[in-house]
Each structure stands twice: as C-alpha cells, then as structure tokens.
Design a protein around this ligand. Structure first.
Ligand SMILES: [Zn+2]
Length: 298
C-alpha cells in the first residue's frame, strides 16, 4: 500500500488498490441492514480508550492535510470550528445537536404514529455523486410536491441524506422520520406506506430513474423506539473505526490508501453546499425564549 504521509505533496498521492478492509465494509450485500446493525450495536470495539483517542486524533490530522475544504483544513485555528458535517472534529457535535433538537421537537408536539422511510434510487454506472444526489432530491421533491404529505395528515418530517460508496458506485439515500399527530391504525399506516412507496417509484420513473420496490423500506416506529429512530436518522458523522462510508474512507486515507483519498475528494465535492439534514413542521427545532429574543421577536 502506498503511503500518503508526505505533506510536501498532499495532492499527488500514487494510486493504489483500495484496502481490503474498506472494500469489505463497502460491498456488503445488505447495506441498510449493515448500517442499522452498526447503529444498534451494543458493544464497543476492542480498542482501548487511548487507542481510540489516538485514532481519532490521526483522523483529524489527516483531514487537516488532505481535505478539499478550506474550512475543514483550518478547523480550530484561532479557536474557530468549521461546523461541517464532514469534519472529524465537528461532525459529532453537529449530529448530537440535530439529535437533541429532534428529540426535543418530538416530545414537544403531539405525535401518534411515526414512520421511518428509507427512499433510494438505483445507481447509474459511472454517475457522479453530485448528479445522483440531485436526482434523489428531485424525486423527493416531486413525490412530496403540492403538500402531498400534509394532505395525508403528516405533521412533520426529519430527513437525513447519507452517502455510501459501493462496488456499483455512489449511493446517496435518504432516511426520513414521518410524523402524524394522531395514531394511525396498522392498516392505515400500511396503506399510507404503500401509497408513498408506489408514488416514489412512479415519480422516479418520470425522471428517468429506476427505484426498485424492494429498495424503499418503510417501518412503523413504536413509542419505545422513538429515541432509537431519532438516533438512527442523526447518526451521520466522521469517526475513526466506524464502518459508514465517509468514516471508512477517511480511515483508509489515514492508513495511506490513495484510492480512498480520491473518493473522499469526490464525496467532499459532491456534497458541497448540499443539505444533508432538513426538518419540516413539528420536527423543526423548537424555539426557546432565548432564541426568540435573539431572532428579534418582542
Ligand atoms: Zn470542523
């Protein structure tokens, strides 16, 4: 494996084979299940606290050298943080903030039924991440246009877009919590889910994209699983020794993998100025009095 640790030429690493460990992570057949398993994992990895701290520190340093984003390269200079969702230093605080804010909203408003939807569209061979991301958002916008969700009684949504890289290419996909103020019967929830799924597939086809019926998982979230679901949709962050694509790619770069570096650069360019986290209605952050005063309310 080629070594990248040459700060004099950080932009011109040699191309080497993608590391075997990273490949195993990225090519799992059941990607959704794999990420869910990672989220719901009840054990820590075998590394000591010191080793985990060191791995995270190395990841921060490698981002400082190799990130395309000036904000990430300069993060913490002069005490300022970049707040980027792709920054190893800032993404964890950002994810926690989103999670706290979402849980706050979910407990403030009246919620009956909550669904967790994972919409996807198929990869187009050789397609850039940016183009795939745009297509995904476009299908989402046409599916929900004209207040479609609201007319069916949805009071709020929280949407995360996560990016995976697989043997087939870039695979951005959504994770959405869909909240109803009232409790739906199981049949009504199922009917809504099937209608939404079918509409997604039709709207994708209208935009010349393929969306497979098997690729659009919708789950009913019980009251006791609400915290877990909120954690799941806000889990995206860059950590050492994590198996999600952005973390695994950066960890591979840290280990000297030049192919992983070209992929993180695609990831950084492809997600530039794209919103990976959006909330609507009752899932929007609850304003407290300080926020209201700060926003100029009297
Ligand atoms: Zn940062």
């Amino acid at each position: 494996m080629a070594t990248l640790a040459d700060p004099a030429h950080p932009r011109t690493p040699r191309r080497v084979a993608f590391s075997r460990a990273a490949r195993l992570n990225h090519e799992r057949a059941d990607r959704a299940a794999a990420s869910l398993v990672a989220t719901l994992s009840i054990y820590q990895d075998g590394l000591s606290r010191g080793a985990r701290y060191k791995a995270q520190y190395e990841l921060n340093e490698v981002q400082r050298l190799y990130s395309l984003r000036q904000g990430i390269r300069r993060c913490r200079q002069g005490g300022r943080r970049c707040e980027s969702a792709l920054c190893a230093v800032c993404s964890t605080a950002r994810a926690s903030q989103n999670r706290r804010s979402l849980l706050d909203s979910l407990t403030t408003a009246q919620h009956g039924t909550v669904l967790l939807w994972t919409p996807t569209i198929a990869e187009a061979p050789g397609e850039s991440l940016r183009s795939h991301w745009s297509a995904l958002v476009q299908v989402f916008q046409t599916t929900t246009a004209g207040g479609w969700l609201k007319r069916r009684g949805v009071s709020g949504t929280a949407r995360a877009i996560e990016v995976e890289h697989t043997a087939a290419g870039w695979h951005p996909h959504g994770h959405l919590l869909i909240c109803f103020p009232k409790r739906l019967s199981r049949d009504a929830a199922r009917e809504f889910a099937l209608t939404l799924r079918d509409r997604w597939i039709v709207k994708a086809a209208e935009l010349d994209r393929h969306a497979s019926p098997q690729g659009q998982h919708i789950a009913l979230i019980g009251a006791s699983d609400l915290h877990r679901a909120a954690r799941y949709v806000t889990k995206s962050r860059i950590r050492a020794n994590a198996s999600d694509t952005p973390s695994a790619l950066w960890s591979s770069v840290r280990d000297g993998d030049a192919d992983a570096l070209s992929l993180v650069h695609e990831l950084e360019a492809g997600s530039f100025r794209r919103r990976a986290w959006t909330t609507t209605g009752t899932c929007r952050p609850v304003l407290d009095l300080d926020d209201l005063l700060a926003s100029g309310a009297s």
